[in-house]
Design a protein around this ligand. Structure first.
Ligand SMILES: Nc1ncnc2c1ncn2[C@@H]1O[C@H](COP(=O)(O)OP(=O)(O)O)[C@@H](O)[C@H]1O
Ligand SMILES: [Mg+2]
Length: 297
């Protein structure tokens, strides 16, 4: 039983005859509380009155990624790119539809996601390695490579909350590429690093793609997208507007989406605090497929 759960955890049970990623009819809805109240009393009464609107960050999105494909996700701000990657990384559950991944998934999402601020760099490497399904020995073997890739040796025993944003990204990236994932998800974070880190990490991502791994990249850097990906998904207001060759996708994005770019969430409906649901995420590599519970009407 324990063995079984470890296998599920590490994705070793993944079915190699199935595609790397299957997203089927996925909708992700956020509840936006209207920001009008100021005082605590008013806020409490407002909550009781339930002044909110539901907002689909993703609507009925379906696509399949085969093993070894490298796929970009592009679209203007607020189109749902980061939400999609969080769903693939299992940080969020889908409200409707199903997501299946086959293989060990490592992700580099929002800045600092997955790090514990009070723990040191060293401790976070072990923590993240464990979350990604590696045993202590496997992390020991990779430890120096992670430290060198991240360039954090002098700060190894310092709490990561003192790290600069560039350092955070370097450490996250170093861990993500060194745990030898089958599927790597990267969301826009590379822009934070300096030029040297950017070129080094592009190099690592290229190596990953060349090794025939599955890669999903969210980026506004259309040159990087064109160079690294064969295929691109264009998201437009939470809907999949295009899925096909990267050159066509970039052209479409330039013409249709970028020109019409407008912030999707009006200020009046900015979320207050966090989303409507609380969700304690399990490991990113946990159960291979999941189906959301039916939504309450
Ligand atoms: N936790 C959340 N609660 C409420 N709204 C959210 C939340 N996360 C994202 N959104 C909204 O969902 C939309 C899509 O966001 P996101 O996936 O981050 O877009 P992108 O990465 O393409 O810029 C945005 O309008 C954003 O404001
Ligand atoms: Mg984003």
């Amino acid at each position: 039983m324990a063995r079984r759960s470890i296998e599920q955890f590490t994705g070793l049970e993944a079915d190699p005859t199935r595609p790397a990623i299957v997203v089927d009819g996925v909708t992700e809805t956020f509840r936006l509380h209207h920001e009008r109240a100021v005082g605590l009393k008013e806020r409490l009464t407002r909550l009781r009155r339930g002044s909110y609107t539901d907002f689909d960050a993703l609507s009925e999105v379906s696509f399949t990624v085969e093993h070894g494909e490298s796929v970009a996700v592009i679209g203007h701000n607020g189109s749902g790119k980061s939400t999609l990657l969080k769903l693939l990384a299992r940080i969020l559950p889908p409200d409707r539809g199903t997501i299946e991944t086959n293989g060990r998934v490592a992700s580099l999402l929002e800045l600092g996601a997955g790090f514990h601020g009070d723990l040191t760099g060293r401790e976070n490497i072990y923590l993240n390695g464990a979350i990604l399904g590696l045993g202590r020995e496997q992390i020991d073997e990779r430890f120096d490579e992670i430290v060198e890739t991240a360039g954090i040796r002098p700060l190894l025993d310092t709490a990561v909350r003192t790290y600069s944003s560039g350092l955070y990204v370097r450490l996250g990236f170093a861990i993500a590429v060194t745990v030898d994932p089958d599927i790597l998800l990267v969301d826009e974070v590379l822009a934070v690093g300096d030029a040297e880190f950017q070129s080094r990490s592009l190099e690592r991502m290229r190596g990953f793609v060349d090794a025939g791994k599955t890669f999903v990249l969210v980026s506004h850097d259309l040159d990087a997208v064109r160079e690294m990906c064969d295929r691109a998904l264009v998201l437009d207001r939470g809907r999949l507007a295009f899925d096909g060759p990267v050159a066509e996708a970039v052209e479409l994005y330039r013409q249709r989406v970028a020109s019409a770019a407008a912030p999707r969430t009006p200020d009046a409906t900015r979320p207050v605090g966090c989303a409507s649901r609380t969700w304690s995420s399990s490991a990113p590599t946990a159960s291979r497929s999941w189906r959301s519970a039916p939504r309450a009407p």
